[in-house]
Design a protein. Structure first.
Length: 66
């Protein structure tokens, strides 16, 4: 029986391929701006179950964090 192997998120060969995502920023004058991330090409009904919204300042540029 082959030995089991745990996935290592630090090993690039163990990472799942990146899924493309789209984002929309909504700017407000009296409260923090909000950004919504979702898979592109989804219908409005499907998008309602596959989105994430947070204050815009909660998101950072991926390259700046590497």
């Amino acid at each position: 029986m082959p030995a089991s192997r745990r996935q290592d998120p630090e090993d690039p060969s163990d990472r799942a391929p990146a899924a493309p995502l789209a984002s929309t920023l909504v700017a407000y004058s009296s409260r923090p701006d909000r950004r919504t991330i979702y898979p592109p090409g989804t219908t409005s009904v499907a998008r309602m179950s596959t989105w994430l919204t947070a204050d815009a300042d909660a998101f950072v540029d991926l390259e700046s964090m590497r």
